[in-house]
Design a protein around this ligand. Sequence first.
Ligand code: PLP
Length: 231
Amino acid sequence: MNRIAFTLEELQQKIEKTCNKRQIFQDNVRLIAVSKRQTAEKIKKLALRGQSEFAENQVQEAIDKIETLSDLALSWHFIGAIQSRKCRQIAQNFDWVQSVDRVKLVHKLDQARSQLNDFSRKPLNVCIQVNLFNEPQKSGADKETAFELAEMIESTENLKLRGIMALPPKQIDAKLQRLQFDEIRSFYTHLAYKYPKIDTLSMGMSVDFDQAILAGSTMIRVGTSLFGERQ
Ligand SMILES: *Cc1c(COP(=O)(O)O)cnc(C)c1O
C-alpha cells in the first residue's frame, strides 16, 4: 500500500473512533479531501482507494485537475472565496459550492447552472458559508444574511440548498473550539427548523475534525493531514 493510501486508512480509523465515542453513525460524517495545491497524481491514488469527494479553492487549478481526472467518477466541491466573474465556471464544473455568502452570487450561479448543456444536469449543491464570530478577515454571512440567502437559494431551479459551511477561529484549547462548534451547530439546527430538507453541516479540518464531529458535523474537510503539506 502506498503512503497516502495508508494515511487515508488511518484517518478513517480516527474518524470511526471519534464517532464511536458518541454513538454517531459513521456514514453520517462525509470526508471531503481538500486537494488544493496538491497534485492530480495524489488525488488519483486516493480515488483508487475509494475517496470520491475532493475540494478546491482556486477555479483554474481545479478545472485543470477535473479535466485530467475526468475518467474517474469524482465529486468536486468549491470551497474558496467566490469572485462573481467566476460564477459561471464554478457552476459548470463543480458538483457543490460551499462558500456562497452574498446575495448577488445566487442568481449568477443559478443562471450559469441552467446553461449547462447536459441532459443529466442536476442542481448545484449549495452550502452557505457563515461567519458567526465576526471575523473581518474571513468571508461568510452573518445569521440574518444566511436566512436571506437560504430563501433565495430555495427559490431557484438550479441550486439546491444543502446546509452551511463554517471556518471558525482557531483555538488551542479544545474546549473553546468545541464551544464554537456547538454554536455553529445550534445555528444550523435553527436553519433546519425552517428548511427541514437540509442535511449538511460542513465544519472541521485537519486539526479539529474530532471536536467538530462530536459537535454534530456531517461533513469534514481535511487537507494537510491527508495529503501532507501543500505546495
Ligand atoms: C484549506 C481548507 C481546508 C483544509 O485545511 P487543512 O488544515 O489542510 O485540513 C478546509 N476548509 C477550507 C475552507 C479550506 O480552505
